[in-house]
Design a binder for this molecule. Structure first.
Ligand SMILES: [Zn+2]
Length: 228
C-alpha cells in the first residue's frame, strides 16, 4: 500500500471537495469512489486490513440518527432510505453485483485516519465482494476491497501538493507530533498544511523535520504574501 500521509485539508484538496465528512462516498468523483477508514480504538465502525496487507474489510454504515430514543447501533444497516433510494451501503452492493456479472470492479480510493487531522492514503482498491454479518445485535455489511493493479487514477491533485508529497510519511508524523497538531503561529487546528520553512524555489528541502512545520491556511497565505 502507498501509505502517504496527508493533513485533512490536503486530503480534501486532492479530492477537490470543501469537506469530507462521510466515510462512504460512492462515485464522489465520476471515475471512482472514496472511503475513509479507521482502526483507532474509538472508531465508530470496525475496519480491518487483513494479514495479506492487500485486503481491507470495511464495515457498512448505520442508519442516520433521527431520534434520541433509537440508537442506530441497534438497527440493521440499511440498503435503502425511507424514500426507497439506495444508501451508500446499497450503492456499494449494487456495484459489487455488477462486478460479479462481469463489469469492472469499482475503484475506491482508501484513506485511513492515523491521528486526529492526519490521514494516510492507502491507495486504489477494487470493490470485489461483501457479506452481511450478524454482530450479536443486528446485521451489518462487511465490504471487501483488494489492492488494485491500477493505482494511477487521475485525481484533481493540486499543484501545491507536489511539494508536500515529497515529505516522507515518517517526517510528517514527527512534525505533527512535535507541533501538537496545531498551527505553529496561531494555534489553529483547522485547515492545516505541512509547510516548508523555506520554499523550494528558495532552496528549501524536505529532508528533515527541522524545516517543516504545521501552518493553517490563513497563516500560510500571510506567509506567502511576505515572500512574494
Ligand atoms: Zn495559523
Amino acid at each position: 500500500m502507498i501509505d502517504q500521509i496527508y493533513s485533512y485539508r490536503e486530503m480534501c484538496d486532492i479530492e477537490n471537495v470543501q469537506t469530507l465528512q462521510r466515510g462512504m462516498n460512492f462515485r464522489m468523483n465520476p471515475r471512482y469512489s472514496v472511503i475513509l477508514m479507521s482502526r483507532r480504538s474509538n472508531a465508530p465502525y470496525v475496519d480491518k486490513i487483513l494479514e495479506d496487507s492487500i485486503t481491507i474489510e470495511y464495515e457498512g454504515h448505520d442508519e442516520p440518527k433521527t431520534s434520541r430514543e433509537i440508537d442506530p447501533k441497534t438497527l440493521d444497516q440499511p440498503a435503502k432510505t425511507k424514500n426507497g433510494t439506495l444508501t451508500q451501503n446499497g450503492k456499494f452492493v449494487e456495484a459489487i453485483e455488477g462486478f460479479k456479472k462481469n463489469s469492472n470492479a469499482e475503484p475506491v480510493r482508501v484513506y485511513e485516519k492515523i491521528l486526529p487531522g492526519v490521514w494516510s492514503l492507502k491507495g486504489v482498491f477494487d470493490l470485489v465482494d461483501y457479506r452481511i454479518k450478524h454482530d450479536g445485535k443486528r446485521n451489518v455489511y462487511v465490504f471487501l476491497l483488494k489492492l488494485s493493479d491500477k493505482q494511477d487514477i487521475e485525481t484533481n491533485t493540486h499543484i501545491d501538493l507536489a511539494h508536500t508529497r515529497l515529505i516522507s510519511s515518517e517526517i510528517k508524523k514527527e512534525v505533527w507530533k512535535r507541533d501538537g497538531g496545531k498551527c505553529v503561529i496561531c494555534g489553529s487546528t483547522k485547515n492545516l498544511h505541512f509547510d516548508h520553512d523555506l520554499p523550494f524555489s528558495k532552496g528549501g528541502t524536505s529532508l528533515t523535520a527541522k524545516n517543516i512545520r504545521l501552518l493553517c491556511a490563513k497563516c500560510n497565505i500571510a506567509k506567502s504574501d511576505k515572500i512574494e
